[in-house]
Design a protein around this ligand. Structure first.
Ligand code: HEC
Length: 242
């Protein structure tokens, strides 16, 4: 029964993916569909074994790819909507697809330039893991995949979860010293020290509480998905396990 259920989830998700690719309604650069592709994404550990491609292997645009482009390229003064240096905007799917070609990473300007001039040398740089993830997303078709159930809230150590959440979502602005607003979160000790001294400021910022200024809600582009906020909160409550 459990097996049958997981196959059903896989088939359903596959058909959602498939159908969403079929009707390309809104387009930007010629033939790119802007339609969100909803991925009901079970955590990788629950993917069925044997033969069937795991849906959970899908790279999520909303939680994996966009935060990298926002954090490392889209800060204010650079490639966000207001600044759009050289006409480049990397803070939403439609604009980002102006420089991405599905299944053709080497032909994708906004991919090949990473580490070759952009981000500028003085700014935080994406890691090899970040770049590989973007490539995988392009290889999978560069779809506007929107995932909701993307993490396991029982996993909240720094090494297993928190480091990745921070480097993906905050690293472009708070990943090298001194960091935006003089907040540096680029390694375990620094993140722990900052959060210990500023716990409520930090929690209000990631929870987008309505009582704080919009400019202080973090990350600025969009709130983290709930399960990532829960992981961070547990990490803090349990005393910052490594
Ligand atoms: C695009 C750049 C950018 C990204 C990405 C970003 N920040 Fe920030 N952060 C800023 C700037 C700029 C400020 C100062 C905002 C202000 O004072 O109005 C700031 C301020 C903060 C503050 C202080 C808020 C306050 O009330 O004083 C915290 C805490 C913070 N960031 C945490 C984070 C965390 C955690 C992430 C990732 C989940 C993140 N930031 C992602 C640019 C960024």
């Amino acid at each position: 029964m459990r097996k049958f259920l997981s196959y059903t989830v896989v088939l359903l998700s596959a058909s959602i993916l498939f159908n969403a690719c079929k009707h390309d309604i809104i387009t930007v650069n010629g033939n790119v569909s802007l339609e969100p592709v909803v991925v009901v994404n079970p955590p990788a550990t629950t993917a069925p074994a044997g033969g069937i491609p795991a849906v959970s292997d899908t790279v999520c645009f909303n939680t994996d790819v966009l935060p990298l482009y926002v954090s490392y390229c889209g800060s204010s003064g650079c490639h966000n909507d207001a600044s759009h240096r050289e006409g480049v905007i990397t803070t939403d799917y439609g604009h980002l697809m102006n420089g991405i070609r599905a299944k053709n990473a080497s032909g994708s300007k906004y991919y090949t330039i990473i580490g070759n001039g952009m981000p500028p040398r003085s700014s935080p740089q994406m890691t090899a893991t970040h770049i590989a993830l973007i490539k995988k997303w392009i290889d999978q078709g560069a779809l506007n995949t929107q995932c909701t159930n993307v993490c396991d809230t029982n996993s909240f150590t720094y090494a297993n979860s928190i480091q990745t959440i921070i480097s993906t979502n905050c690293g472009g602005c708070h990943g090298t010293k001194p960091g935006s607003a003089n907040i540096y979160l680029g390694d375990y000790a620094s993140a722990k020290t900052y959060i210990t001294a500023n716990t409520s400021t930090f929690l209000n910022a990631i929870n987008y509480v309505s009582t704080i200024a919009v400019s202080k809600r973090m990350p600025p582009s969009a709130k983290l998905v709930d399960c990532k906020i829960i992981q961070i909160q547990k990490w803090i409550q349990k005393g910052y396990p490594q």
